[in-house]
Structure formats: C-alpha cells, structure tokens
Design a protein. Structure first.
Lengths: 594, 425
C-alpha cells in the first residue's frame, strides 16, 4: 500500500481520499479491530445489556439461533438446563467459532478487496497520468505539425520566388550573353580592322624603306590668293592669342546671356500665368454660389474669409521682386493651397451630386439639379417680366409727361400750340419778307448812290481842277480878288471836304451842315444842288432819326452800315423830297430798318 | 515639278555650289561646271587622275578635286579658268581632303591618319596637326566657320583640340572622358560641342566652347549605344538615335532627356500613315523577249501613289544577324526640319519606313511606308518639306499637308543612289 507514492500531477479528491484510504489501510486492520473493539468495549455493556438481559435469555437464544440459521450455521444453542441463564457451551462455542471463522473470512476478503481496490486506483492513476501525458504529447505533436506545415508553405513560397528570380536571372544572363556576343563581334570587327590597317602600314613602311624615293610634299600654285575676307593676315602674337580667347569667351557669354534672357522671359510669363491662375481660382472659390446651400455655405464662407485674408496678404507680397526665391516659393505654395481648396470644393460638389443622385430628394440641404434648373428658369422669367414691366412703365410715364390732360384738351392744346407756332411763323415770315424788300431797296439805293458818288467824284475832280486852275491863274497881289477866290476856295474846300466827311464813317454833326448852307458856290447845278437838298434832307432826317432812335424797339443795324446807307437814304430822300413831301411816311418805312 | 534631262555623273559626285548658281559634276577625270538655270556648260577642267572627291569652297569661287590614289589635290577657280593649283601630299598618301570654312585652306588627311596637313592657298604655308583620330566623324567646323574641333588620340587616350580657323592656332586642348571617341559635332550656335562614344558604350558628353564638361548623358549600359546624332537648327535640342531603336531628345538647358521616341513594329499613335502603293502594268511573260525587256524600259516604270492606311499599322521588320558587327538595327538617320518643328528618323530594321515626329507636341506626326528601303532623306531649308528617295526612279515629298510621289522622267535604268538635295526657292 505504501509503494504508490503521490504523483505530482493533478490529484482528485478521490485520489487523495483513496490515498488516504490507502495510507489508512495498514492501520486499518487495527483500527477496524479497534473500531470494532471499541464499540464492543465501549458499548459492550450497553449492547449486551441492551440485547440480552437475564430475563430474556431464551428470547435471545432463539433470536441468535435464528440469526445463525439465516447465516447458514447450525443453530444449536440452547440453554443447558432449560430455563436457566447458562448456555450449552459446545454449540455456543461452535457457533462462536464459526462466526469467528466467518468473520475472519470476511476480513480476509475485505483485505483482499481493499488490496484490489488499491491496485485498481493506482492503475487508474497511472492510466490518468499516462493519459494526460499522452494528451500533452498529442497537443505538442499537433502544434509541431502545424508549425511544420507553416514552414513548408513558406519554403514553397520561397521556392517559387527563387524560381522566378532564377528565371529572371536566366533571362538577364541570356541578354548579357547576347550583349557580350554582339560586343565580342564588334570587338573582333574592330580588331580585324585595326589588324588590316596595321598590315597596310607595315606594307607601306616596307615599301617606303625599299623605295627610299621620298616624294616630297609640295604645292604648286599659279599665284597666291587673297584672303577670303580681304584683310591682311596678322602675326601670331600673344596679344592675338589673348584676343582670340577673349572672342571665344565673348561668344560664349553672349550665348549664355541670350539663353538667360529667354529663360527670364519664359519665367516671367509662367509666373504671370500662375498669378492669373491663382486669382481665377480665388475668384471661383470666394463668391458663394447661391444655390449651394446648407453645409457647403459655411465652407464657402470660410473659403471666402481665408481668401480675403490671403488676398490682402498677397497683394503686399506681389510688390516684391518676383525673382526672389522666397517670393517664388510663396507663390507656388499659395497656388498649391488654392488648388487644393478648389479640388476639395469640386470633390465636395461631386459628392453632393452623387448623393443627390443616389438618395431621393428628401435631403433638405441639397437642392437637386431639377429644382435648381426650375428655379433658374423661374427667375429668368421673372426678370423678363420685370423688364417688360419697367419698359411699359417708362412708356406710360413718358406719355403722362407729354399729356397731362385728357384727350380733347390735349388735342386742343396741341392745336393751340401749333396754331401759336404757325402764327409766330407767319409773323416771322412777314418780317422776313419786309426785311428782304428793304434790303433790296437799300441795295438798289446803294448802287444808285454809288453811281452818283462816282459822278460826283468826277464832277468834284473837274471842279477841283478848275479851281486850281483858277487859283493858279488868279494868283494876283489884288486883295478883293483873293477874298472872292478864298471864299470860293473855302466853298470849294467845304465842298471838297463834304464828300470826304460823307465817305468817312463818322456821323456829321448838325453844326457843319448848318455851316454849309451859308456857302453858295458858283458850282455846277448838280453839285450846288447836292448840298442844299442833302442838307435839307439831313436836317429833316435828323428829326426822324432821333425819333427812330427813341422809338426803336426793333433790331438795330450796325452804325457803319447805317452811315453808309445814310447817304443813299439822303439821296433817296432828296429824290422823294423833290417829288413828294410825305417824308414821314418814308420815315415810317425806314423805322423798322433803323 | 520640272526635271532636267539626265546627264552622266560618276561616283555620285554631283554638287551644287553653295550660292546656288552652278552645278559641278565629275565624270571620270573631268570636272564639268554648268549653270544651274540653263544647264549650259560653263567650264570644263581636266584633272590628272580619276576624281575621288569634289567639293565647292564656301564662297563658290573654287572647287577642290581630290585624287586619293595619287595623293593629289587640284583646285580650280571659277572666275579665272587659267588659275590652277596642285597639292601633292607625296609619299604619305591621302585619305580625305576638304575645304576650310573660309575657302582659303585645304585640310588633307594623310593615309593611316598620320597627320592632317593644312595648306594655305593665300600664303602657300603648311601646318601640321598630329595624331588625328580615325573615327566616324573626327573633325567638325562650327557653323559660323570660326572654330574647328578635332578628335585626337595619343597614348590610348582621347583628346579634343579646338582650333581657330583664322590662323589655325590651338585654342583649347582637353582630354575627353571617353574610352573610344566616335564622333563630335558643334551645336549650330557654336557654343556646345557634342562628343559621343563608340557604339560599345552609350555615352554622350557635352563640352562648352572653352573646354569645360557641361554634362554627360548615358541612357543605358552594356547594350550597343549611339548610332546617330543630330542637333536641331535652333540649338535647343540634341537628338540621339541608338541601337535600341529609340531616339532620345535632350534639351539645351538641363541636358536631360525630355522625350523618347520609340519605333514599334505596330503603330497606333500617329496621325497618318502613308503607304506607297505601286501599280505595275500587267506583263504577260510568254511574249517577252530580251529585246523587249531592254528597250521597253517604260514597261517597268511603275506608277505609285500614296494611300492612307488605317491604324493600327504593321511595319515590316527585318531582324538583323546577331553575329555580325554593326547590325542593321537602330536609328541610323536623323534630321531636323529647318524650323526645328519636325524630326525625321529612320530605323534600320524597318528600313522601308520614315517616321516624322512633331517636336512641339512631342509625338508621332506621320509615317511613310515605302516599297523599298529608303536611301536618304533631306529637309527643305525654307519650309517643312521632306524629300526622300529609295533608289528607284521616283522622288517622294512629304509636307504637313500631304504626301506626293513624283516620277523622275528618265530613260534607261535610272536609280538614285544617294541624292544630295538642294532646294531652290
């Protein structure tokens, strides 16, 4: 029983108990014995006293006989002297012996059973441990298997890649081989060529060595040519070489400068394009499209804000020299930023559009395309109507301004206006006709006056000549003759001066005219008649002149014109005077002209 | 288009003078000068041997005739037919001969590229330039004629010498970062020299006029590299055609690639593809006799016209022999139009097609597919018009408006081997 030690593996309570049971077994027998003995010893008196007393001995004997009979033993216990408390010793002792035998036998069997049980539990334990061990082993082996599978798979992969690598390497090797082959053929070709050349050289050398007739190289020319550019050739000096170097560098530099200029131009153009692009992108992003409501409004709002900020910042930067690296970087960064914004915006629009397409138009934020179009149409119609309305109103207003009365009065008024205008027009035509007539008259008079003047001039000249002659002839020391001649002279002078004064554009004062009347000259009647009639007319005319000047509310002619015409009027007046003395009627006619 | 009558010329030596007034042709050892408009023979010169190379001087006053076998160069004057000049290189031999830009010096390259002899016709003086490199294009004059760049090779290293053409003194001499320099070319503005490696390595070096290395460009390693190079007339672009059938365009500001033009066999991305279609007259073979064939040459002249093929178009590709050197693959010919608007390219393994690219939009403008391989093409110096010939008796013209093929009227077997176009305006 002590041979099976405790195993470290899991122990059931059962096992522990069995072990304890096993451990208990060596002393069990004793315990049992003691256990048996104990109650027998402890409660021997009580049992005995409980079962058999001196009173119920025969009952006890009969009971024991029954028990013995049930056990299969001879039930022969009887009281020795019947009725007395003592027993027949031999059957009782036999019965006791047989019971002891039975007991011993059972004890042995119990022991054997216990032994068996111990054995069995130990084998069970053993089995269990081995079972667990085997289980562990199984698990382990399963894991190992899976691990091996894994490694196998990896190895297969590796194998595949290695195979493909091998293939590529093979291809490359083939390619390289072909390259090598071509190179080798090229090399061999070149080598052959060089060999042939060397052979030719050797041949030539041998030929030359044999020949030894070295034909000198020479040039035969009829005459030297001039240089192609016509200049003389220069000596080779250090300065010349330096100048050559300088020329070379100059040409290089000019080429570099030209290319740099071209590049700068291109750069400037590209920058301009970028700037424009940036502006356009900003423009596209910042004004919020009105139909794009909802969430996008905030985005466009913030875009607008950021754009405004950027714009204010950018305008200050734009003044910087664009060739500056910093400015360039800024420009490109800002362009990138704008582009990113634009792209995001477009993406959002795309998403929205796709959303709208996918979902039914229950989304209140997003306006579907159809309603958008409808709105646009509606607004267009409205605009059209408004325009028409405004136009109509304008027309009506115009009409209103023109005609503030009703139709009849409007027509009457129109008629009045036209009538008034007609009357005015008629009046003006009349005046115009009168003036025209007067002008004709005046013209006529003027021409007549001019003719008369011419005649007078001639007469005067004759007169003058005569007077001069007279004067010359009459240059005598005699006084009275002088006086008369002087008076004549004076009169002649006065006559002479008169037309001069007349021809001058100044008005003749009345004093002079009165002075003229006193003189009488022995002139021809024409010239004599002229002052007198002129004088008369003048004096007469002066009155209506003043009256006319006082009463004139008509247009006035120019003074010069008037004075020129004065003479003609005088002439005409003289004529009229001579014929008809109705001066005042003439004056009346003259009135509108003065 | 008017064609003159055919007149004989040998060795493809038929050149028009730079001023456009005269036409010089070589027939064996005779040099014939004609007036361009009337084609009347103005002068006839006789040289001492068969003429190998003939060149006009830049002022159109002199003609150089080189006879390489004899090592002689004879110079003739147009104004004075009596004037003569003979340069004998002696036993050193002659491999190439050319004029200097001022038309008063002759540069002779001796045999085995031992040296370059500079003969002055003004002073009879001789200068020597040693160690010139024997490569594809080892000598180049700048467009204004001021400078000459020469590739040299000493001690297995490449050098470039820049000479001033006035007095031939050495301005700059610098080593280049090349293993085996294959060619050099001045930019049209004369400020940048493009130097490229042999086809074994893709390397393009750009040197400024004073010898500083401005930039290096290498598109890829190991495969065969640069095949052809061309500057745009405005000096803004450098086009590099390479063996990988691509053209790469570098810009003059950063010297980096701005565009890459590819030549795929299936074209899908162009405006138009013009395909030449030949119409052969039906010939019944039984009744043909030899006499008929030789005499009736007009029977073989085919009418051809251009047809616009619908996209996508497949261009016939000829795969080159991989074992041979200088394989017939890659872009071998590049030419910019005079306004730098277009570039025409030819890919050697699609030798029947000319590709015209638009430089403003950097894309393919047109593809002309001919019936036979294209020999050469050249742009009109005034307007964007491309003329090309394929070795038959026709001349093909392309302009942005369209394409036309013109038959050159000729009797007999007329074939254009290598036309040198000169446009008259």
């Amino acid at each position: 029983m002590g041979d099976w030690g405790l195993t470290e593996t899991s122990m059931d309570n059962y096992e522990i108990s069995s072990l304890s049971h096993v451990e208990m077994s060596p002393s069990r027998h004793n315990n049992l014995m003691s256990a048996y003995s104990l109650p027998s010893s402890k409660s021997s008196y009580s049992v005995i006293s409980a079962f058999c007393t001196e009173d119920n001995i025969p009952q006890c004997i009969s009971y024991i006989n029954q028990e013995l009979g049930s056990l299969g033993l001879a039930a022969h216990i009887q009281a020795d002297p019947p009725g007395r408390a003592s027993l027949n010793a031999a059957p009782a002792l036999n019965a006791m012996y047989e019971l002891l035998q039975i007991h011993r036998r059972t004890m042995n069997s119990v022991e054997e059973l216990e032994k068996e049980q111990l054995k069995k539990t130990s084998t069970l334990e053993h089995m269990q441990t081995s079972n667990s061990r085997l289980k562990d082993q199984l698990e382990l082996s399963i894991r190992e298997k899976s691990g091996l599978h894994e490694t196998e798979r990896q190895l297969q992969l590796k194998l595949k890649t290695l195979q493909s690598c091998l293939k590529t390497e093979k291809d490359e090797v083939q390619k390289l081989q072909s390259i090598i082959a071509s190179r080798a053929s090229q090399y061999s070709h070149d080598a052959k060529r060089k060999e042939r050349e060397a052979a030719k050289l050797k041949e030539r050398l041998s030929q030359l060595l044999v020949d030894r007739k070295d034909k000198k190289l020479a040039i035969e020319m009829l005459n030297s040519l001039g240089r192609s550019d016509g200049k003389r050739s220069h000596w080779k000096t250090a300065k010349a070489t330096a100048s050559r170097e300088a020329e070379m560098y100059k040409s290089l530099l000019s080429d570099y400068e030209a290319s740099q200029r071209a590049l700068m131009l291109e750069n400037a153009e590209l920058q301009k394009v970028l700037q424009q692009m940036k502006k356009e992108m900003m423009h596209i992003l910042s004004p919020c499209p009105p139909l794009n409501r909802g969430g996008s409004a905030e985005e466009s709002q913030e875009l607008g804000d950021s754009d405004r900020e950027e714009r204010s910042a950018e305008t200050s930067r734009e003044t910087l020299d664009q060739s500056c690296e910093h400015a360039r970087e800024q420009l490109t960064n800002s362009i990138r930023q704008q582009w990113r914004k634009l792209r995001n915006h477009v993406q959002k629009l795309d998403n929205q559009a796709s959303l709208v397409q996918n979902q039914p138009p229950s989304n209140a934020e997003v306006i579907p395309l159809e309603t958008h179009e409808q709105e646009v149409e509606r607004m267009r119609l409205e605009v059209q109507q408004c325009k028409e309305f405004i136009h109509a109103q304008q027309q009506l207003l115009q009409q209103q301004l023109n005609t503030s009365f009703d139709d009849e009065t409007a027509a009457l008024l129109n008629g009045c206006y036209t009538l008034e205008e007609k009357e005015r027009l008629k009046e003006e035509w009349r005046l115009f006709d009168e003036q025209k007539r007067n002008f004709e008259k005046e013209r006529k008079n003027f021409t007549e006056a001019a003719i008369r003047l011419g005649r007078e001039k001639r007469a005067f000249e004759e007169d003058r000549a005569a007077w001069l002659k007279h004067q010359f002839l009459s240059m005598t020391p005699f006084a009275d003759r002088m006086r008369s001649s002087s008076s004549d002279g004076q009169s002649a002078l006065s006559v002479k001066s008169e037309p001069e004064i007349k021809t001058s554009s100044s008005k003749v004062p009345p004093v002079k005219s009165s002075a003229y009347t006193t003189f009488s000259t022995p002139k021809p009647s024409k010239s004599a008649a002229v002052p007198s009639t002129i004088d008369v007319c003048r004096t007469l005319r002066l009155i209506p002149d003043y009256s006319s000047s006082r009463h004139s509310n008509q247009r006035r002619w120019q003074e010069s014109g008037a004075t020129e015409d004065e003479e003609s009027w005088l002439k005409s007046k003289s004529k009229v005077c001579s014929s008809d003395l109705s001066i005042f009627s003439l004056d009346e006619d003259k009135n509108p002209l003065t | 288009m008017n064609f003159s009558e055919v007149f004989k010329q040998s060795n493809q030596l038929c050149k028009v003078s730079p001023d456009g007034k005269y036409l010089a042709t070589c027939v064996q050892y005779r040099l014939v000068i004609r007036d361009v408009n009337t084609l009347q023979i103005l002068n006839l010169y006789t040289c001492l041997d068969q003429i190998s190379h003939m060149e006009w001087s830049s002022d159109s006053l002199f003609i150089l005739c080189a006879m390489y076998k004899r090592g002689l160069v004879q110079v003739w004057s147009l104004e004075q037919p009596d004037w003569h000049c003979k340069i004998d290189e002696g036993s050193i031999g002659l491999v190439s001969s050319r004029w200097s830009p001022d038309g008063r010096h002759i540069l002779n390259t001796t045999e085995f590229h031992l040296r370059i002899t500079v003969w002055s016709l003004c002073t009879k003086a001789v200068s020597y330039i040693k160690y010139p490199k024997a490569c594809q294009k080892g000598l180049d004059f700048s467009r204004d004629g001021c400078y000459m760049a020469l590739a040299e090779r000493r001690d297995c290293k490449d050098y470039v010498s820049i000479f001033v053409c006035d007095d031939w003194h050495l301005l700059r001499h610098f080593e280049t970062e090349t293993q085996d320099l294959s060619g050099l070319e001045w930019s049209p503005n004369g400020c940048v020299l493009a130097v490229w490696e042999s086809c074994l390595e893709y390397k393009m070096l750009l040197y400024s006029l004073d010898g500083r290395l401005l930039s290096t460009y290498s598109a890829y390693e190991w495969s065969l590299g640069i095949k052809s190079v061309s500057w745009s007339p405005s000096s803004q672009f450098l086009a590099i055609g390479s063996f990988d059938e691509k053209v790469r365009i570098l810009n003059h500001i950063t010297w980096k690639k701005i565009a890459q033009f590819e030549h795929p066999a299936i074209i899908d991305n162009t405006k138009t593809v013009y395909k030449e279609i030949e119409k052969r007259p039906a010939v019944s073979s039984d009744e043909m006799s030899l006499h008929d064939i030789t005499v009736a040459s007009s029977l073989f002249s085919t009418q051809s016209k251009y047809d616009i093929s619908p996209l996508p178009v497949q261009i016939p590709v000829v795969k080159p022999d991989p074992d041979r050197a200088n394989p017939k693959i890659g872009v071998s010919a590049l030419a910019f139009s005079s306004d730098s608007r277009y570039i025409a390219t030819k890919n050697d393994n699609m030798a029947t097609a000319v590709w015209v690219w638009d430089m403003q939009k950097l894309r393919l403008e047109a593809v002309l597919e001919q019936t036979s391989t294209i020999r050469c093409f050249q742009w009109d110096p005034r307007r964007p018009r491309l003329a090309l010939c394929t070795g038959n008796s026709k001349l093909y013209l392309w302009s942005p408006g369209g394409c036309v093929s013109v038959q050159v009227p000729a009797e007999g077997n007329f074939s254009q081997k290598n036309s040198c176009f000169k446009f008259f305006f």
